[in-house]
Write a protein that binds this ligand. Structure first.
Ligand SMILES: Nc1ncnc2c1ncn2[C@@H]1O[C@H](COP(=O)(O)OP(=O)(O)OP(=O)(O)O)[C@@H](O)[C@H]1O
Ligand SMILES: [Mg+2]
Length: 277
């Protein structure tokens, strides 16, 4: 093997590669252009947060990657192969935690593992250890109705995280229905879990503070039609201090950029669209 081939074999490609993705939905009064010419790559183990105003296509992109929606045109590759549908290689957490009411907390987390034919004892051990990490070790035998809202969200995250083959986690505003204090606690559990066992994460939020707290990189999308606005790397060491100057400077920068994108008269904002080759 030549040196070039060895180097290529050692360098893993992106987990996700989107090329010229457009998506249209059929609305009541015509077609809705939800995504326009989306180009991006997500490298392995990156925590990418996608933010942007309501309706800019964040969930649409996540659903395309999840295999729940097929893009109208363009390509989306998962580890180099086109996405054909949902699969056990992707864990998904939506805004509303969809738990099985008739299964205990442990049973909910074990379920996905059992579906993947993981031996019972191993599934139990893994589910228990993830539940301990997210602070639910003491409620493993309770049922979802016996938990608080924040706890239910933690179960949903633990369930996605427990899947051993899910190298990619897709989260669509998983904590947006939670009050501010509990949301911060959940964010800390998430950072802790991710730091112990790194996965590639695509995390949709409209909360700039949350994005700066969690992400390696932030994609700010622009609306009408939904498209790439700008990428912001977050080079702040974890755990991040929300009161630090750098944290707040980045938040401010993103907020200003978001307002600029919303202002149709701002030519500079409209010329600054970043395209990843
Ligand atoms: N199933 C659907 N049928 C028709 N239009 C849809 C459908 N899903 C989304 N849309 C439209 O596509 C656009 C993008 O929606 P999407 O849900 O991706 O936005 P979003 O950025 O996730 O918004 P939010 O922050 O409110 O969750 C919106 O105009 C929305 O109304
Ligand atoms: Mg959405």
């Amino acid at each position: 093997m030549s040196d070039v081939m060895v180097a290529a074999a050692k360098t893993p490609g992106p987990v996700i590669r989107a090329e010229n993705v457009d998506h249209y939905y059929e609305g009541q009064s015509g077609w809705i252009h939800a995504l326009s010419d989306l180009n991006l790559e997500i490298p392995p183990k990156e925590f990418l947060c996608v933010i942007g105003p309501s309706g800019c296509g964040k969930s649409t992109f996540l659903k395309i990657v999840a295999g729940l929606v097929q893009q109208s045109s363009g390509k989306v590759l998962l580890n180099g192969a086109p996405i054909a549908g949902p699969g056990p290689d992707r864990g998904i957490v939506f805004q509303e935690p969809a738990l099985f009411a008739w299964r205990t907390v442990l049973g909910n987390v074990e379920f996905g593992l059992q579906m993947q034919k993981i031996p019972k004892a191993e599934a139990k051990r893994r589910a228990q250890s993830i539940l301990e990490i997210v602070g639910l070790g003491h409620v493993m035998n309770l049922y979802p109705y016996q938990l608080s809202g924040g706890m239910r969200h933690r179960v949903a995250v633990a369930r996605a995280w427990a899947l051993p083959n899910a190298d990619l986690l897709l989260m669509d505003e998983p904590f947006s229905a939670i009050d501010a204090i509990n949301r911060m606690t959940l964010q800390d559990y998430l950072v802790d879990t991710w730091t112990r066992e790194r996965r590639t994460v695509l995390y949709v939020t409209h909360d700039i503070d949350e994005a700066v707290y969690l992400a390696d990189r932030i994609l700010l999308m622009r609306p009408s039609p939904g498209r790439i606005g700008r990428f912001f790397p977050v080079d702040i060491p974890r755990p991040r201090d929300r009161n630090s100057v750098e944290f707040n400077a980045l938040k401010m920068q993103i907020t200003e950029e978001m307002h600029r994108f919303a202002d149709p008269s701002d030519e500079a904002a409209h010329a600054s669209q970043e395209v990843i080759a």
